[in-house]
Design a protein around this ligand. Structure first.
Ligand code: NDP
Ligand SMILES: Nc1nc2c(c(=O)[nH]1)N=C([C@H](O)[C@@H](O)CO)CN2
Length: 236
């Protein structure tokens, strides 16, 4: 029996697409969800262990970690996908926004990684992996998502530290996407403006992230690095 892969925040969008792909590959899965989207019923029917987790407090983070350690003795990989793309315009309480961004994007991965290194070492696979979903804005910052960008930069730095701490069994990397999939509420004007930000000018879809995750899972020699998936946005 292969050790399971953990994906955080897999109830929708990229995390859900990744979960559906890994199910198709007969990969045992554990996912976390906050909102019980209809997708969770389907994932459970497919044999996925779906764990409720709202990572909005330290107690909730530690409670999840305890549940996880009672659920499995090994992990093939941890994919830190859960995220909140929040901004200063929507949050006049900058202190609360900053704490929320740092908690979901950096404290949650940090505490889970610190508690689950042993589970990754127990995997029967030659290597195990931690993959952090960061963001292209780690490179440039973002004047409209200042706290978000800073928290993703902190997450990116975790990849370097955990790569050194957990080698040679565990590889640790970041994936830094720019536009992958729009949100349903995105206006035509926003979509047009955003597509022009990269030199390839497209909305690639979740498969681009799935391909990148597969590359990392199958690698024997990439660790402590960030793979950009951004349509050449840095060349605009
Ligand atoms: N989509 C894109 O174009 C891009 C995505 N990325 C990154 O890729 C990853 C996946 O993106 P995407 O699929 O759009 O992500 P989403 O914005 O759909 O968020 C993923 C999940 O995170 C969960 N989540 C948010 N806050 C919390 C919390 N406090 N506790 C528990 N779960 C929480 C959400 O739960 P709920 O369902 O309850 O809301 C959601 O299902 C993210 O890390 C994102 O930052 C980076 C650049 C571009
Ligand atoms: N958690 C999320 N993070 C991000 C999202 C998202 O929908 N959820 N979307 C983006 C944008 O696509 C951006 O890359 C391009 O405008 C960034 N992060």
């Amino acid at each position: 029996m292969h050790s399971p892969i953990l994906i955080t925040g897999a109830g929708q969008r990229i995390g859900l697409a990744l979960a559906q792909y890994l199910i198709s590959q007969a990969q045992p899965l554990i996912i976390t969800y906050r909102t019980r989207h209809a997708s969770i019923d389907a994932l459970e029917a497919a044999g996925v262990t779906c764990m409720y987790a709202d990572f909005s407090t330290d107690d909730a983070i530690f409670s999840f970690i305890e549940q996880l350690r009672n659920t499995t003795s090994s992990l093939r990989a941890i994919i830190h996908n859960a995220s909140s793309w929040d901004c200063e315009d929507n949050n006049p309480d900058y202190s609360q926004l900053f704490d929320n961004m740092m908690r979901i994007h950096c404290k949650v991965p940090y505490l889970i990684n610190m508690a689950c290194g042993e589970l990754l070492q127990n995997s029967e696979s030659h290597h195990s992996d931690i993959i952090h979903l960061t963001d292209y804005v780690v490179e440039k910052g973002s004047p409209k998502h200042i706290a978000y960008a800073a928290s993703k930069a902190a997450l990116d730095n975790l990849s370097k530290s955990f790569a050194a701490k957990l080698a040679p069994k565990v590889k640790v990397n970041s994936i830094a996407p720019s536009l992958i999939i729009f949100n349903e509420h995105d206006s035509a004007e926003y979509r047009e403006k955003t597509l022009k930000k990269s030199i390839l000018g497209l909305e690639p879809g979740s498969q681009e992230i799935i391909n990148t995750i597969e590359l990392l899972l199958n690698s024997n020699y990439i660790t402590g690095r960030t793979l950009p998936v951004d349509g050449g946005r840095h060349l605009k």
